[in-house]
Design a protein around this ligand. Structure first.
Ligand SMILES: *[C@@H]1O[C@H](CO)[C@@H](O)[C@H](O)[C@H]1NC(C)=O
Length: 212
């Protein structure tokens, strides 16, 4: 029995819709996280809506405790930023990262160049704070921006570490590339998954009473 014109039209429309929504071929990406400048793991099929593979290498300092980690995962392409991001909350609390986002099967295999970690102060400052378990952060401290950090961020939302989900809020200096992060974004890092409900990003200023 040959399909009728109507059936064929329906099939064509359905195929186009699937292609348009990306339902036809789910993406698969390499998935891993570990200490060091790269990691390797199994290929996994991405869940619906995650249309990009990413690889991120991050160097961070938490209260002076330094670590280098790599994450490879599936994520939403619109939440994914390819390039360098630097954020500084204080002299001993910062994170620099370099990431690559791509949209073909297994494209996040391999590695990216580790981020440059330029800690030279550039004269700009931002209000800073880190508050776990709360979604607001008072302007109690001032961070000195370093390297290419020209913006002040105020990010808040919830953070997931394993099965634990907690609120968080943070302010500090950042590169302009951090402004790419928007409210509603799901942002992975090697240790946590952040859900942003606040993502303010403004140009940083020189401290009052100083020339320029
Ligand atoms: C590091 O940052 C400072 C301050 O922005 C800048 O003057 C210097 O050129 C940077 N160094 C490198 C190697 O990029």
């Amino acid at each position: 029995m040959r399909p009728s014109m109507r059936q064929r039209t329906f099939l064509l429309a359905f195929t186009l819709l699937c292609t348009f929504l990306g339902l036809g071929s789910p993406l698969s990406c390499e998935v891993c996280k570990s200490a060091g400048h790269t990691c390797s793991g199994k290929m996994k099929t991405c869940e619906a809506g995650k249309d990009a593979c990413m690889i991120l290498v991050g160097e961070s300092s938490t209260k002076g405790h330094k670590s280098v980690n790599t994450l490879k995962a599936c994520m939403k392409f619109s939440d994914c930023y390819s390039g360098f991001v630097s954020t500084t909350m204080g002299p001993d609390d910062y994170m620099v990262s370099n990431a690559h986002c791509c949209q073909s099967d297994g494209c996040n295999r391999g590695s990216v160049v580790p981020p440059q970690n330029n800690r030279t102060k550039n004269g700009l400052t931002c209000p800073s704070c880190i508050v776990p378990f709360q979604e607001t952060c008072p302007k109690t401290e001032v961070a000195s921006c370093v390297g290419k950090e020209t913006h002040c961020i105020y990010f808040a939302g919830s953070v997931q570490a394993g099965i634990i989900n907690a609120k968080f809020a943070t302010r500090g200096c950042a590169t302009q590339s951090a402004c790419h992060t928007k409210v509603g974004a799901e942002v992975p890092s090697p240790s946590y998954l952040y859900f942003l409900r606040r993502a303010d990003c403004l140009p940083a200023s020189h401290p009052p009473g100083r020339a320029k």
